[in-house]
Design a protein. Structure first.
Length: 139
């Protein structure tokens, strides 16, 4: 995986804290990974609208719970990879964010959102033309 991300082999990586996260993750707050509870869905890529944007999140853009929220929250367990897949603009980012934000364990977690460059290097397009992350290659 290190090679796919453009990193040195594991034995040659600098100790934690010596390498900047800039260029690897899309969202940093003062050079550090942000906590889910301190973010808004628009900063993570949800499409702003007349009802909400990063400056007005939560004022007029109340989240409409979806039937998949419960199963998604239940799937969020330590050591488990969860991938939300769907067509463009259906609410994947907003749903994932709101479920994380409302989760009793994960709302305080640090969130690493890979930059588009890292994402392109670690995934592939499927036969139907949709992008698949590297961990989802079997599907």
């Amino acid at each position: 995986m290190a090679a796919a991300l453009g990193l040195a082999p594991t034995g040659e990586l600098p100790p934690a804290g010596e390498r900047s996260l800039a260029g690897l993750v899309d969202v940093l707050v003062q050079g550090q990974l942000p906590r889910v509870a301190g973010l808004d869905p628009y900063t993570l890529g949800a499409t702003p609208s007349a009802y909400g944007n990063p400056g007005t999140y939560g004022e007029c853009d109340n989240y409409v719970p979806r039937s998949k929220d419960g199963p998604l929250a239940a799937a969020l367990q330590a050591g488990r990879l969860v991938i939300v897949v769907g067509p463009s603009k259906v609410g994947k980012t907003r749903t994932a964010f709101e479920v994380l934000r409302g989760h009793n364990v994960w709302s305080g977690a640090l969130l690493a959102t890979p930059t588009p460059v890292v994402t392109r290097r670690t995934g592939r397009a499927s036969r139907d033309g949709r992008f698949r992350p590297a961990g989802d290659l079997a599907r």
